[in-house]
Structure formats: C-alpha cells, structure tokens
Design a binder for this molecule. Structure first.
Ligand SMILES: NC(=O)c1ccc[n+]([C@@H]2O[C@H](COP(=O)([O-])OP(=O)(O)OC[C@H]3O[C@@H](n4cnc5c(N)ncnc54)[C@H](OP(=O)(O)O)[C@@H]3O)[C@@H](O)[C@H]2O)c1
Length: 314
C-alpha cells in the first residue's frame, strides 16, 4: 500500500486528537480527481468535526482526515474526467463528509474542482473555497444583494466575513462590518463603516439595513433583528434564525447550510480574483504537522482572514 503523511483523528476530542502520521494514499473513483495537496486551511467546521459536534448530522468513520479547502496539482484523474489532466494547478472544496485535505493527497469529485486563480500561489488559493462558497451562497443565493442596499456583516475580519465584505462591495452595497482587534482590516477590505463590537453595541448605532450576515450566532443574532428594515433579511451561517421571531419583526430569515455549485462557482471566483476584485487575506501559515496549533488559533475566535496549513514548502 502507498502511504502519505496526513493529520488524522481516531476519536473526537480536543486538539490533542489531531495526529500527524502515515496514512494510506487515497484511491481514485470514476469522476474524481486525485490532487497533490500544496496547501489547505483550518475552518471552524474542522474544529466542530474534530470535537464531535457534527456527528449528529454526518456519519463519519475513523480514522478521519479533516480539511475542506485544497489548492494543489492534479496527480491523476478518474475514468471519464476530461476537464482536468495531471499537472494542472487546481483548487477545490474537499471532504465535508469524507476524508479531506490535511494530507499530501486528497480525492475530490470533479464537480467540486476548478482551475486555480493564476494570480495566486497555493497558499492564497487554498484560503478561498470554503469561506467564499459560504459568503456567495449567503449574499447571492439567499439574498441576491443588489446595488444600493446596506448590509451589516458580523465578524467581517474573519474567514467568511472578509470575503463577504468584498463580495458585497462588488455588488454595489454599502457595507458595515463588526470586529474588535482586527477592526483595521475592514477599511483595507473596502467596508464603508467598522464597528468595534467590544466597545459599541451595534444595535445602538445601526438601523434600517437591508441585510444582516450573521457569522457569530447567539446573542449577536438575537440583537440583529432590530437593525433590519421591514422586509429585510437575516442570513446566518451559524444557527437557523427563528421563523417566528422573523415574522414578529416583519423580516425574513435564511440559514446557509448548502453551497452553490462548487466547481462552477470556484471558476467564477477565480475570474474575479485574477481581475483583482477579491483578495484572500492569509494571516498565518503553519506546516501541516502543526495542525493542533492552527486549530487552537481558530478556537481563540480572533482569526484574521485565514489560517493556512502548508503541505508542500516553497
Ligand atoms: N453554514 C455554513 O455552511 C458555514 C460555512 C462556513 C462557516 N460557517 C460558520 O460561520 C462562522 C464563522 O466562520 P469563519 O470561518 O468566518 O470564522 P473565523 O474566521 O474563525 O472568525 C473569526 C473572526 O470572528 C470575529 N469575532 C469573534 N467574536 C465576534 C463577535 N462577538 N462579533 C463580531 N465578530 C466576532 C473576530 O474578529 P476580532 O478578532 O476582530 O474580534 C475574528 O476576525 C463559524 O461558526 C463557522 O462554523 C458556516
């Protein structure tokens, strides 16, 4: 059996269950692409899977390789795959329900793969898929954000938020973002206003917005209803907003739990990236074997843009 290095979990738990070790190299099926992983990232979703919070929804088996983002080079393609060939630079969303990209190799359905943005290295290309697909689904799929609307984006300096700010500006919206220690990033991203949530209650200074993008949940979501204008929409990536509370406020609600067509959307995103219209922010790059440290940073709740795990140095 051919082996590779991977970060696997053999049980749910804290960061100490992440084990950098030898694992079998994955084998290709029809309509799949084998990618030599150059970089992956850590998303809060990975931490939730590691801790066992997703086991009620997804039937994982151990040992399990985490990691939903990948940028790398096609190593091989399955029968019937004509759109990619060995040697192609690609990026993809990997492994939500199966082995992922914290590894030297990952297998991804061809429908979830796109050509890597040419203007980005693998480190920055890996920062895009998971959070951009989420922001895209939230602002286009759910809301159809249009020119002249106003959107409040919570955690605007985080993984999802920092892409959502740029997408919303591209759509011609006015963007208000919340952050604390990473407030300075919001201006660089093009946000019109930034609110420091640690010193200011956003609901005291924001009124009549068309859209709230909630990537925080809990109390932040509850306090968000009052800032919407009648007919506005609260979109959450964290917890399904209450239909009853939405109706009581005369607004709508949407919970992001699916993605737009993955490969097709990533191809569109690559065009925007190469045109300089979306720029992923990578604040930390760690080698794959330091996945425990990377999970700790995400769980610290102050990630700036993305935290990347580098698999191939260079
Ligand atoms: N449903 C889906 O399909 C889907 C997909 C992707 C993500 N998600 C979920 O969406 C959430 C966000 O993901 P992410 O990748 O963006 O997380 P992330 O990158 O870890 O978010 C970190 C950011 O959160 C900000 N933050 C922390 N507490 C805050 C608060 N009370 N108010 C405003 N901002 C706050 C921090 O800003 P400061 O450092 O400046 O304080 C930091 O920049 C996670 O819960 C994730 O699981 C869901």
């Amino acid at each position: 059996m051919t082996t590779m290095k991977a970060v696997r979990i053999h049980a749910y738990g804290g960061t100490d269950v992440l084990a950098y070790e030898d694992a079998p190299r994955p084998t290709l099926g029809d309509s799949e692409v084998l990618i030599r992983v150059h970089a992956t990232t850590v998303n809060p979703f990975d931490c939730a899977v590691r801790a066992g919070y997703m086991s009620a929804y997804i039937n994982y088996t151990f040992p399990l390789i985490l990691g939903t983002d990948v940028s790398g080079v096609v190593e091989d393609v399955g029968a019937g795959v004509a759109s990619f060939a060995p040697g192609d630079n690609v990026y993809a969303r990997a492994g939500v329900t199966r082995d992922g990209a914290y590894a030297e190799y990952v297998v991804v359905p061809v429908s979830d793969v796109a050509a890597k943005p040419q203007s980005l290295d693998h480190i920055h290309a890996a920062a895009i898929p998971h959070v951009t697909l989420t922001a895209w689904q939230a602002l286009d799929g759910a809301v159809n954000l249009t020119k002249g609307q106003t959107v409040l984006i919570h955690a605007a300096a985080g993984g999802v938020g920092h892409i959502a700010v740029q997408l919303a500006k591209l759509r011609g919206a006015k963007v208000i973002g919340t952050a604390s220690v990473n407030l300075d990033l919001l201006r660089d991203l093009g946000a019109d206003e930034g609110i420091n949530y640690s010193t200011t209650s956003f609901e005291n200074v924001v009124h009549n917005v068309d859209v709230v993008l909630d990537t925080v949940g809990g109390d932040t979501q509850q306090r968000s209803w009052s800032v919407l204008k009648p007919g506005g929409i609260l979109v959450s990536t964290v917890q399904a907003p209450s239909e009853e509370i939405a109706a009581a406020h005369g607004v709508r609600q949407y919970f992001v739990f699916s993605s737009p067509p993955i490969g097709k959307t990533l191809a569109e995103v690559a065009t925007l990236v190469d045109a300089g219209q979306i720029k992923p922010v990578v604040s930390t790059v760690l080698p794959l074997k330091q996945a425990r440290q990377a999970h700790g940073l995400i769980e610290g709740k102050h990630a700036r843009g993305k935290i990347v795990l580098q698999v191939v140095p260079g």
